[in-house]
Design a protein around this ligand. Structure first.
Ligand code: PGA
Length: 255
């Protein structure tokens, strides 16, 4: 069954005390206000993960994700954190391929494929991000870019592995800019992504996979985006740092 998901990507924001406080606020508001079967994933910085994973244990529909991991399980990689370490503290998801990782840390499609493998091997689930830059959209190459990101980063997976992936379409020009893709622009790409998945893995898997939209999603535009047939939720940056906004986005399904 296709799952409805809202994931919050805190990026490199909030000190430890503030982060744990925000998480507690979110889960309390979710308990009081959210009815429905949507799943919530919160992705704080590494240093918050251990404490927040402990807190998340008592909340049925709230899980914790990391924002990155190294592709190896262990070794001489100073400053890095592996998927097996994340798994050992109760983390369930890892964002892989965020455009900020691709852009600022030069993460290539082939490196991302290795990271996905490591995440899956360690019983975690990847939230795999794809999306075109403004230049690529202006040159009308957005479909081609997305096709390449899917095939080079993910389409080496076996069916049973691919089923564990959550996809996130995040047009780079919409991230943190206040420019949201219109619901129609987003739906067009989500439909294209689902078709590509269908061509590779067949219609059952394509129908069941969740494809999230990310890029300046907020409480005002979420309901219209989530109402589109191929948009199954959101990956939220800025608005996930405010409990009221994040929970209002979680409540936007079916509005
Ligand atoms: P934004 O970020 O919601 O602040 O645009 C989304 C993301 O980068 O995941």
């Amino acid at each position: 069954m296709r799952r409805k998901i809202v994931a919050g990507n805190w990026k490199m924001n909030l000190d430890y005390i503030t982060g744990v406080g925000l998480f507690s606020e979110i889960v309390n508001m979710v308990n009081d206000e959210v009815i429905g079967d949507q799943e919530i994933i919160v992705c704080p910085p590494y240093v918050h993960l251990s404490a927040i994973s402990q807190l998340a244990k008592s909340h049925r529909n709230v899980s914790v994700g990391a924002q990155n991991c190294h592709q190896a399980d262990s070794g001489a990689f100073t400053g890095e954190v592996s998927a097996s370490m994340l798994q050992s503290i109760g983390v369930e998801y890892v964002i892989i391929g965020h455009s900020e990782r691709r852009q600022y840390f030069a993460e290539s499609d082939s490196l991302l494929a290795e990271k996905v493998n490591s995440v899956l091997k360690n019983q975690l689930n990847p939230i795999f991000c794809i999306g075109e830059t403004l230049d690529e959209r202006n040159q009308n190459s957005h479909f081609e870019v997305i096709k390449r990101q899917l095939s080079d980063g993910l389409f080496h997976l076996e069916e049973g592995e691919f089923e564990r992936v959550i996809l996130a379409y995040e047009p780079v020009w919409a991230i943190g800019t206040g420019l949201t893709a219109t619901p129609e622009q987003a739906q067009e790409i989500h439909e294209f992504i689902r078709e590509e998945v269908e061509n590779k893995y067949g219609s059952d898997i394509a129908q069941n996979i969740s494809i999230l939209y990310g890029g300046s999603c907020n409480p005002k535009n979420a309901a219209e985006l989530f109402a589109k047939p191929d948009i199954d939720g959101g990956l939220i940056g800025g608005a996930s740092l405010k409990s009221r906004d994040f929970v209002d986005i979680i409540k936007s399904f079916g509005k």
